[in-house]
Design a protein around this ligand. Structure first.
Ligand code: CO
Length: 137
């Protein structure tokens, strides 16, 4: 069902400090930075091999990531798997009875199409599926 891990999502309170760690200390290339207003986050993508790390800083305390930080503090937020056809994947997950947060895809960063599965259905791991805008990247 899933092609590979697309990215690991990390919730951060201080985006610049996190970028310094990943970019300067770890030597990962920062490849994209985008504010996604509808998801209430500023997101940064860094390359690690063919995969990515996604740093997420909330735009405010009442956003999903803001609430996550208030409850759990900074750290691992979600894992994202890459799929070739997100509509087909969502249909297959629904057919399997998997509880979803997003019944239909929404627009993610870099024009990707994304949907979240409910952590109650995924063993407590917030899980995202990603169909890249222009094939695997
Ligand atoms: Co993500």
């Amino acid at each position: 069902m899933f092609a590979r891990i697309d990215h690991v999502g990390v919730a951060v309170e201080d985006l610049d400090a996190a970028i310094a760690l990943y970019e300067t200390t770890y030597g990962m290339a920062l490849v994209h930075r985008e504010t996604v207003t509808e998801q209430g986050v500023e997101a940064v993508l860094l390359d690690v091999g063919e995969n990515h790390v996604e740093l997420l800083a909330p735009l405010g305390p009442d956003t999903p990531v803001g609430k996550f930080l208030a409850k759990k503090g900074p750290g691992m937020h979600h894992v994202a798997y890459q799929v070739a056809d997100i509509d087909a994947t969502l249909e297959a997950l629904k057919a399997a009875g998997t509880r979803l947060i997003d019944e239909t895809p929404r627009i993610g960063i870099r024009g990707s199409r994304v949907a979240f599965l409910h952590p109650a259905a995924t063993g407590g791991v917030l899980t995202e599926i990603v169909e890249p805008a222009h094939g695997p990247q």
